[in-house]
Ligand binder design. Structure first.
Ligand code: RFL
Ligand code: PHB
Length: 395
């Protein structure tokens, strides 16, 4: 079996972006093929995002991936911010005219989309590593890939790079045709999963002089917790008791609150970076999701942006398929980048307002506290945060 040799849309990467795009194209009657470097178990186990905007939930439902999400997803009406030993709740529906978010892990979104794809979708090849993409400025771009130890070439009408931040597609765009805007941060997150019910019904984002802490969840019995740590931290330096003690100190408030402790089942350190590559299209190569842009996770935007990109892209490709017009495809990059830069700003704002930079002066700490006070006391400032967090309408 040599695999397909030609496809209308060649998709590199079976993360949320690639899988959802394949699903949307399939439903629009278009032929496509997905190539994924890793095996299915690896892709399904990768611990990542947990918060879905309403727009993301709507797209997943509309493409048939909403059944388990509707059953198991936890609908949240707000988050809590903590600073200066005080807690303040943001009521999302009240602040945004009815918008909410859903807690449903990226691992589950990916499992649901893979199951649909394997049951009734276009080809999805695991263990298929794209090695290079060529011919962006021709009418037949090509993907050279290795599958089960053998090299193949897939010719395509369009190649979509959904291959994440470390993928190969971006580099197929000539260097002088793309520009990357980047920021790195002087801290990382230590993320843990714990077999213990969440200590609060909603997520808690805590500012503290000791560093940021986030209390999230996966299910009613599994907590997902994060601590700001220095770059280069080894998770082995964080035994379970140290993690729980630190979470407790950073979230301390003057009102009663109890942190439930339990067995920690996974620990990893995630670096934080902001990056955008422009434009998101070059000839017949298009980038979507983390392949084009990444955000620090503080605003919970990474997965939602990937979904927004491929929703816009699927519409554009379906329009081309139906009408022969490239008008929407020509607008793809500009349409997505407006939303991308809004999310970049919000993610960077949340990150710099809530984290403690190791070189931060007392003056800068006062500015952070003033901003958090403003959010806690001004409905306008709170609404600005809530609108961005729950997601802006698709452009
Ligand atoms: P993904 O999920 O990275 O998927 C890309 C896929 O492409 C495959 N791939 C290749 N396949 C074939 N040939 C090649 N040459 C390939 N190179 C790569 C990869 O194996 C992979 O399957 O990108 P996508 O689909 O754009 O989705 C984006 C989201 O995954 C991402 O934005 C978020 O998960 C970001 N993110 C988080 N966001 C949050 O909102 N909250 C979080 O807590 C959170 N945690 C995270 C994260 C991203 C992380 N990464 C990328 C390091 C934690 C981590 C560790
Ligand atoms: C998560 O549950 O993994 C999560 C939630 C909110 C964030 C980041 C990560 O801002």
């Amino acid at each position: 079996m040599t695999g397909p040799r030609h496809t209308t849309v060649g998709i590199i990467g079976a993360g949320p972006a690639g899988l959802l795009l394949a699903r949307l194209l399939h439903r629009a009657g278009m032929d496509c093929t997905v190539l994924e470097h890793r095996d299915r178990a690896y892709v399904e186990r990768r611990q990542r995002a947990g918060i879905l905007e309403q727009g993301t939930v709507d797209v997943l439902r509309a493409c048939g991936a909403g059944e388990r999400l509707d059953r198991e997803g936890l609908v949240h009406d707000g988050i809590e911010l903590r600073h200066d030993r005080r807690a303040h709740r943001l009521d999302f529906p009240a602040l945004t005219g009815g918008r909410r978010v859903t807690v449903y892990a990226q691992t589950e979104v990916v499992k649901d989309l893979i199951a649909l794809q394997l049951a009734s979708g276009p080809p999805l090849l695991f263990d298929a590593q794209a090695l290079a993409v060529a011919g962006a400025d021709t009418s037949r771009p090509r993907i050279r890939y290795r599958h089960k130890g053998r090299e193949h070439t897939l010719t395509c009408d369009y190649v979509i790079g959904c291959d994440g931040f470390h993928g190969v597609t971006r580099s197929a765009v000539p260097a002088h045709e793309r520009r990357t805007y980047e920021r790195s941060y002087p801290y990382s997150w230590l993320g843990v999963l714990a077999e213990v019910p969440p200590s609060s019904d909603e997520l808690i984002y805590a500012h503290s002089a000791r560093g940021f802490a986030l209390f999230s969840m996966r299910t009613p019995t599994v907590s997902r917790l994060y601590l700001q740590v220095p770059n280069g931290t080894d998770p082995a330096d964080w035994p379970d008791d140290r993690i729980w003690d630190e979470l407790e100190r950073r979230a301390a408030v003057d009102t009663p609150w109890k942190l439930e402790r339990g067995p920690i089942t996974a620990k990893s350190v995630l670096p934080m970076r902001s990056s955008v590559t422009e434009p998101m299209r070059y000839g017949r190569i298009l980038l979507a999701g983390d392949a084009a842009h990444i955000v620090p996770p503080t605003g919970a935007k990474g997965l939602n942006l990937a979904v927004a990109d491929v929703t816009v892209l699927a519409r554009a490709l379906a329009h081309l398929h139906r009408t022969g017009s490239t008008a929407l495809l020509d607008a793809y990059s500009a349409t997505c980048l407006r939303r991308v830069w809004r999310a970049e700003h919000f993610s960077s704002f949340m990150t710099s307002t809530l984290h403690t930079d190791p070189d931060q002066s007392p003056f800068e700490t006062r500015l952070q506290l003033s901003q958090l006070d403003r959010i806690a006391t001004s409905p306008h400032a709170a609404a600005e945060l809530a609108e961005n967090y729950t997601g802006l309408p698709l452009g």
